[in-house]
Design a protein around this ligand. Structure first.
Ligand SMILES: [Zn+2]
Length: 284
């Protein structure tokens, strides 16, 4: 007896490991969504968020991509600006770690490995990858103007890392994309999808032609936490609305890259004013 393959598509051999991985992922997502696992709480703001990618995986992916970025781009070393970025980054991250230790929340920052680099690039831009991997582009330094201006951007980026916005964005996207995929598609696209999503979620999406915009929730949360974090390190949080006013006028001249992921300076200034009183309590 012989069987005729009428299928016009060739039969693909799927390795049992790949099959296992795909089943495992889909089962995992299903269980997560049914049981409401993978929910965590953002420190200080108390907002509930989804973040079901294990920290170990998230950090490994992030550190890997950051190292790759640093290899492929020119890092400025030893100049006044480069030292300023490192000094202010260390000062704020130390203050935040101190605060978390004092509140018995040190566990939240476990595995973080802070790094602050100034990149030789005229773009008005700065970003942070999960686990505290931060890049400032040279072009943003004139908008920062001084220590306090650098502290505004730094504290905002540190806030994205502390609030695990990268994990949340990736979790949201993965549940949409993998959840809606049939098994065979997931098998083929899984790795590429995951990689592209990570890039997009970390703010490097432009390199793969796909950018995940920061949600308004993430932006106002990073603005709020950023005020507290800079204040904890003894930088005056009242400098933050001033920075965004400068960024706004920069946008008139030429739209900075920073605004493609950080829109609407006008709206955020109002939000910052609302949290200023609380921020000043951390400052004094
Ligand atoms: Zn932001």
């Amino acid at each position: 007896m012989c069987r005729i393959n009428n299928n016009k598509y060739p039969i693909k051999t799927i390795s049992s490991l790949k099959l296992f991985k795909a089943f495992r992922n889909i089962l995992f997502l299903l269980i997560v969504s049914i049981l409401g696992w993978g929910c965590s709480t953002v420190p200080i703001t108390g907002r509930k968020q989804v973040s079901f990618i294990p920290d170990s995986e998230m950090l490994a992916m992030s550190f890997n991509q950051y190292a790759q970025f640093i290899r492929n781009n020119k890092v400025i070393e030893g100049t006044k600006d480069a030292r300023m970025v490192k000094r202010i980054g260390q000062k704020i991250s130390k203050s935040v770690e101190g605060y978390f230790a004092q509140k018995n929340m040190a566990e939240h920052l476990k595995g973080y490995d802070w790094e602050f680099n100034l990149i030789d690039n005229k773009q008005v831009n700065a970003w942070c990858m999960p686990g505290g991997k931060i890049a400032f582009y040279e072009g943003i330094m004139p908008v920062c103007q001084d220590d306090n201006g650098v502290a505004v951007v730094m504290a905002h980026e540190i806030a994205h890392a502390v609030a695990r916005h990268g994990n949340e964005r990736m979790s949201q996207q993965l549940s949409v994309q993998l959840g809606g995929m049939v098994l065979s598609e997931a098998l083929e696209k899984e790795e590429e999808t995951t990689k592209n999503l990570a890039m997009a979620a970390f703010g490097l999406g432009a390199q793969v032609g796909y950018l995940l915009p920061y949600s308004r929730t993430h932006e106002s949360e990073a603005d709020e936490l950023g005020l507290y974090f800079m204040a904890m390190a003894n930088y005056d949080p009242r400098g933050a609305p001033e920075f965004w006013k400068r960024m706004n006028s920069e946008a008139g001249a030429r739209p900075p890259e920073f605004l493609s992921t950080h829109p609407h300076p006008e709206n955020r200034i109002k939000n910052m004013e609302e949290h200023m009183q609380k921020a000043l309590e951390y400052y004094e």
